[in-house]
Write a protein that binds this ligand. Sequence first.
Ligand code: BTN
Length: 124
Amino acid sequence: QCVLAGKWTNDLGSNMTINPMSSKCNFDGSYNTSVSDTSNKITESPLVGSQNCTNQPWPVFGFTVNWDFADSVSVFTGQCFVDEEGKEILKTTWLQRLHVDSIKDDWKATRVGFNNFTRLLSKE
Ligand code: BTN
């Protein structure tokens, strides 16, 4: 059984916290990226998302990160799996929309990539 709530880290070293899901399968949280396209100081940014509500043990989900320190937005979609060792993994695909000054630059304004997240074991 996969539960999205908690702290996660990805293959880039970014960390995120997902808060417990609402009764309608919506959630919010925060995202601390390890990398940025900008030279701005990275700050923790809010995320909002939802999990598919049909009662699957390995649910699919999506969330949006609205970057506080950059004029871009990223959306992630993925599925939670439990591997053979019982370790939870979130397999995600993301799209990042960058701001461009002109419609002529629209063609280069979207990036796509993949991130795997594993649960961050709390040291608290
Ligand atoms: C920006 O530089 O415009 C904002 C930060 C973007 C970070 C991206 S989102 C997809 C990828 N996965 C991460 O954890 N960080 C980068």
